[in-house]
Design a protein around this ligand. Structure first.
Ligand code: F0G
Length: 482
């Protein structure tokens, strides 16, 4: 028997690349970390990156790029209209997704804005496996509402269901009966379902959703931002996908959907976004929006360099070794956190490790933001920046009352190919320490609360002097040692 097992969810993740450019990091003393957290209003979005040691806020635009991507950027063809770079990207995207048209946009939410403006209106209902913050905001802004029809296991933090991003198809059929197909502009399916812990949907489930939508004449819109993780997890977890290549699975998924859109800050390890589709009429309506909001049709708000990087990044996404890195590192982090007793979302998905703040800080009620308090406390304890994905990320109800999130998560995103196993061990060790001292952490309250997407810019304060108590305990336990 081998001493150490590597890869494929069995042991240590194995880097299928080597680092050739690095960025120096600084780990500031805990007193400085506490001061910068206070200065940022206990909101990790408002920290300066120079105060952060390990940035696990997001994988958006922070994945490491490959040598081939960087080389391609040098070949970019600068032109406002008709850039050769655009045609290279257009050809790559149409080949990978097998759609007739590609429309570029400056990032994922721009696609959501355009899709919502074209298809959603007052009275529209958009069923989805689960919402993402910006996707919901655009649908609501255009007068529609969303219906989340996740399978029951999807919101059960400890359920080991392999496809927690699946849609409850019986619920979809009855919703269509209730509200009428004419009020449903499209069904939105999100790959690597972000807010429930990067959980995938299965090909079998998507086929079922397609069957229902075909019967009722409803479009399917795929949010493919986190498709890479979803593809890898389909191949590893779904028998029907085991012998398919990543290209084949991608094509099958795309063929089952009418519109595929993505944030290229995630998919393709670049920056930007885009939409692809076959329908001539929908294409023409969506196309009108590009020069209005994004830029000319052959760049859509992206720089030509990013478009070159994206074309190569998407090709590389078809390589199983490349896309293994997110889920494999996530599985490792989740496994090690479990060993320390830290409550995490199971099974490990893509995107990163998701800590269950409801269980971690079970003494803090939703209206005092357990996930936000955990994100702030963890930054103080470690210099690691995660992201609140809980009640703070929700909008208040119309009467001003809190809208408690289904889940209170501290997301520790794993930008692909960026951090090493020893850095993950540091994260696990400090989070393990914080778990042992969780009684020291208390809640937060807003002192500045924006109305829309308040989690981005809102400022909060601790309900007591708990950050100071955390610093004291840390200093007793760790002294000057790292
Ligand atoms: N859809 C999903 C599933 C996303 O995760 C994101 C962004 C978007 C759409 C919007 O794309 O940022 O390019 O405008 N997620 C980032 C995150 C912000 O940190 O999870 P964008």
């Amino acid at each position: 028997m081998p001493d150490v097992r590597f890869h494929r969810g069995e042991g240590l993740p194995l880097e299928m690349h080597k680092a050739r450019i690095v960025q120096k990091l600084e780990l500031k003393p805990i007193e400085e970390r506490a001061a910068s957290m206070a200065g940022a209003g206990y909101n990790t979005f408002l920290l300066r990156n120079s105060d952060v040691f390990i940035d696990m806020l997001t994988d958006s635009g922070t994945n490491a790029m490959s040598d081939r991507q960087l080389a391609a950027m040098m070949m970019a063809d600068d032109a406002y209209a008709g850039s050769e770079t655009f045609y290279r990207l257009d050809e790559t995207i149409r080949r990978i997704f097998g759609k007739k048209y590609f429309l570029p946009a400056h990032q994922g939410r721009a696609c959501e804005s355009i899709i919502s403006q074209v298809f959603v209106g007052p009275g529209s209902v958009v069923p989805m496996n689960y919402h993402f913050t910006t996707s919901k905001a655009h649908i609501v802004l255009n007068g529609g509402r969303i219906e989340e029809l996740l399978v029951e296991e999807g919101l059960d933090v400890t359920s080991e269901h392999p496809f927690k991003g699946d849609m409850d198809t019986a619920a979809l059929s009855s919703l269509i009966d209730d509200v009428g197909a004419k009020n449903i502009p499209f069904v939105r399916i999100e790959a690597g379902t972000n807010l429930i812990g990067g959980q995938p949907f299965s090909l079998a489930n998507l086929r079922e959703v397609r069957g229902i939508c075909d019967d009722r004449g409803i479009m399917i819109v795929l949010d493919a931002s986190l498709l890479a993780d979803n593809l890898y997890l389909m191949k590893r977890r779904e028998e029907a996908c085991a012998d398919m290549s990543i290209e084949e699975i991608t094509r099958e998924v795309s063929d089952l959907c009418d519109v595929v859109y993505f944030s290229a800050r995630k998919l393709g390890c670049a920056r930007g976004g885009g939409m692809c589709l076959d329908d001539d009429d929908a294409y023409l309506r969506m196309r009108e929006m590009i020069p209005l909001y994004e830029g000319f049709l052959t760049y859509g708000g992206m720089s030509v360099r990013e478009m070159e990087a994206l074309a190569v990044g998407l090709e590389e996404t078809m390589d199983e070794d490349v896309i293994s890195q997110g889920p494999e590192f996530t599985a490792y982090a989740v496994g090690r956190l479990r060993e320390r007793g830290v409550p995490v979302v199971l099974p490990a998905g893509g995107l990163g490790a998701h800590v269950d703040a409801k269980a971690f800080l079970d003494h803090i009620p939703a209206e005092h933001y357990p996930a936000g308090a955990l994100a702030a406390a963890f930054f103080v304890a470690s210099g690691v920046r995660g992201m609140e994905r809980g009640t703070m990320s929700e909008q208040r109800d119309e009467d001003g009352s809190e809208h408690p999130a289904h889940m209170e998560l501290l997301r520790l995103a794993l930008p692909r190919r960026v951090f090493t196993v020893s850095q993950l061990e540091y994260v696990v060790d400090r989070l393990g320490w914080l778990y042992e001292n969780r009684h020291l952490v208390e809640g937060l309250r807003f002192v500045e609360e924006p109305e829309i997407l308040r989690f981005f810019f809102g400022k909060l304060e601790p309900l007591s002097a708990w950050p100071e108590r955390l610093v004291e305990q840390y200093t007793r336990d760790f002294g000057d040692s790292l």
